[in-house]
Design a protein around this ligand. Structure first.
Ligand code: SIN
Ligand code: CO
Length: 377
């Protein structure tokens, strides 16, 4: 797939005019796209205990009686014909390698902003009801059709007592029917409601939107592991005080001075972000290869056919803090930076003709851990 998912709009124009600003509908963004997984594959994932899924029955007439069942789903629950339902799979990109190729279509947005690819399967009339999300999303239609209604409303009050975040008073301003390969971009907080017209699948490329508080918690945790303050509390000048239960003001002064030793630099922030953004989700486990190639065979495969990152691997870099893979900082010397930057951007390398010993050692280690794969020639 080499199509430009933004249709006639350049990525630069998209960023300037639409990203985080206004919705964009692209008809035929990916001509011929009918999804990455069949209905059966989606159901199988929904029933897998390692996969995050939700089965939603949104009831238009009485939204507060809607239901949400978190996975693993029971296969028999994915057959209901009585009322509309939809099943949603989070993190499809962790399980389906083709999802990586699809996400690459959206690489005009930094991978550092990317969260995951979700897929929903719905029967006729199914959906999750009118709501808003805090993050940007690209909604790509797989099989079938879905009617999308959207609104930029300020009234974000929610239906009380519902198990889903549903808007109480949704007032759509646009109403479109998306067909296979059509794409709708929505900025954060735009209200939307997607209703399946017949059986349909929708793929959502979702982005991260950490709150300042989440970032601060993450950073303080990260910093705590690296702090190296010197000294110990001491008070040789202690004065007699009237009430022994009073925390001495001199103690508060001293501790305040000690804590001033907690400092950080922009380089620490860059290093923290690299670790934080590449930390695998708690449900992620890597599987080392069942038949491990020895280093010489690995080198041959790498030269002949290159390598690809496991769909679960996260590899990011910054000029200030270097490379980060799956939550850890990776020391890389100058000559190998370009090759790793290409691997990180494309998530694969074509045949590597003359790999240095250092890069071979690094990639072989990742291969042994299941972070990266080679195809045998
Ligand atoms: C869906 O695919 O049904 C829901 C996607 C969304 O509203 O964010
Ligand atoms: Co949504």
């Amino acid at each position: 797939m080499l199509a430009n998912v933004l249709g006639g709009i350049t990525p630069a124009r998209f960023l300037a005019e639409y990203w985080q600003k206004k919705p964009l509908l692209v008809r035929g963004a990916l001509p011929g796209f009918t999804g990455l997984a069949t209905r059966e594959e989606i159901f199988e994932l929904a029933c897998d205990p390692d996969v995050e899924s939700r089965l939603v029955r949104y009831r238009t007439a009485a939204p507060e009686t809607s239901t949400v069942d978190h996975g693993p789903q029971k296969r028999s629950h994915l057959r209901g014909k009585q009322e509309p339902w939809t099943v949603l799979i989070q993190g499809l990109n962790l399980w389906v390698p083709a999802a990586d190729a699809l996400l690459h279509q959206f690489d005009f947005i930094p991978q550092a902003r990317l969260d995951d690819l979700m897929v929903s399967y719905a029967v006729d009339g199914g959906g999750v009801g009118p709501h808003f999300d805090n993050y940007d999303v690209f909604l790509l239609q797989g099989i079938g059709k879905r009617r999308w209604q959207i609104a930029d409303q300020q009234d974000r009050s929610l239906v009380e007592g519902a198990p889903l975040r549903l808007l109480r008073d949704f007032k759509p301003v646009h109403d479109w029917v998306l067909e296979s390969g059509d794409l709708l971009y929505l900025p954060p907080h735009w209200a939307h409601n997607g209703i399946a017209i017949g059986e349909c699948t929708t793929y959502s490329v979702g982005f991260k939107s950490p709150t300042a508080q989440e970032l601060a918690y993450g950073f303080i945790d990260w910093l705590a592991e690296r702090l190296d303050l010197q000294g110990m509390y001491a008070d040789p000048d202690l004065k007699l005080q009237e009430n022994s239960a009073e925390i001495p003001p001199t103690m508060i002064d001293r501790v305040a001075r000690m804590l001033k030793g907690i400092r950080w630099t922009r380089a620490d922030v860059a290093a923290f972000l690299g670790d934080y953004l590449t930390e695998p989700k708690p449900s992620v486990f890597f599987e080392p290869p069942t038949e491990l190639l020895d280093r010489a065979a690995f080198a041959r495969a790498l030269k002949a056919k290159g390598c690809r990152l496991d769909p679960r691997t996260l590899l990011l870099w910054s000029a200030e803090a270097g490379f980060h893979l799956n939550g850890e900082s990776i020391p890389v010397s100058g000559e190998n930076r370009d090759i790793l930057a290409t691997l990180a951007h494309r998530r694969r390398l074509e045949g590597v003709k003359r790999p240095s010993e250092a890069i071979l050692k690094l990639l072989y280690g990742w291969y042994e851990d299941g972070f990266l794969h080679v195809d045998e020639p």
